[in-house]
Design a protein around this ligand. Structure first.
Ligand SMILES: *[C@@H]1O[C@H](CO)[C@@H](O)[C@H](O)[C@H]1NC(C)=O
Length: 186
């Protein structure tokens, strides 16, 4: 468990960032390095009331580090049996200073959705927000978000999704640039 009060407020780094050349903002990079999804398969070969689940592994800046060290955590969500996977509200990751959700604005289906992360950095709730679309779009090199590979093997097994799989068009990690926010987006 991390003591939030010991963390240097990220906003104090802003003046330095804004003085960077070309007017660029500080780059806070979150990398989505792994993804494991399991979804019941619909249709004539349906697998019945198998729970759906999605879990991601992310690497992100260690706020207590002065020399750019990163932390890694896992964020997971399970939908109850017989419930179709859909948008999710903010859910804590293993590192509870990080939360994630699948925003309603961005969800199409289990093969086309947006992932959003929020890392709380100060006691008053300021932090970093990062988001990226992920799609399952095999054979479509024009889709820059086609990181997902989803495969069902056999009639009675769930569809398994990952990044860096055989049907991924774009290789991981999914690089997400975070913006500084005074509060977690609603
Ligand atoms: C932390 O992650 C960033 C982004 O992937 C990377 O550029 C940087 O080298 C990493 N820092 C360390 C100390 O490995």
């Amino acid at each position: 468990m991390r003591a939030i009060s010991n963390i240097t407020p990220i906003l104090s780094l802003l003046p330095l960032a804004l003085s960077a050349p070309h007017g660029r903002q500080a780059v806070h990079e979150f990398d989505l390095t792994g993804l494991a999804g399991s979804f019941p398969t619909d249709g004539v070969y349906g697998t019945g009331p198998i729970a759906s689940s999605l879990s991601i592994t992310i690497t992100y800046p260690d706020p207590s580090s002065t020399d750019g060290e990163n932390l890694t955590t896992t964020c997971s969500y399970s939908w109850p049996s017989s419930t179709a996977p859909g948008p999710t509200d903010w859910t804590e990751c293993q590192d509870s200073s990080v939360q994630w959700r699948l925003p309603t604005n961005g969800w199409t289906n289990r093969g086309n959705y947006r992932v959003e992360l929020y890392q709380t950095l100060t006691a008053d709730g300021a932090g970093l927000d990062a988001t990226h679309y992920l799609t399952f779009n095999p054979g479509t090199p024009s889709d820059p978000n086609a990181y997902l590979s989803c495969i069902q093997m056999g009639k009675f097994t769930p569809t398994i999704c990952q990044i860096d799989g055989p049907l991924s068009v774009v290789r991981g990690p999914v690089v997400m640039y975070a913006s500084e926010e005074t509060a977690r987006p609603n």
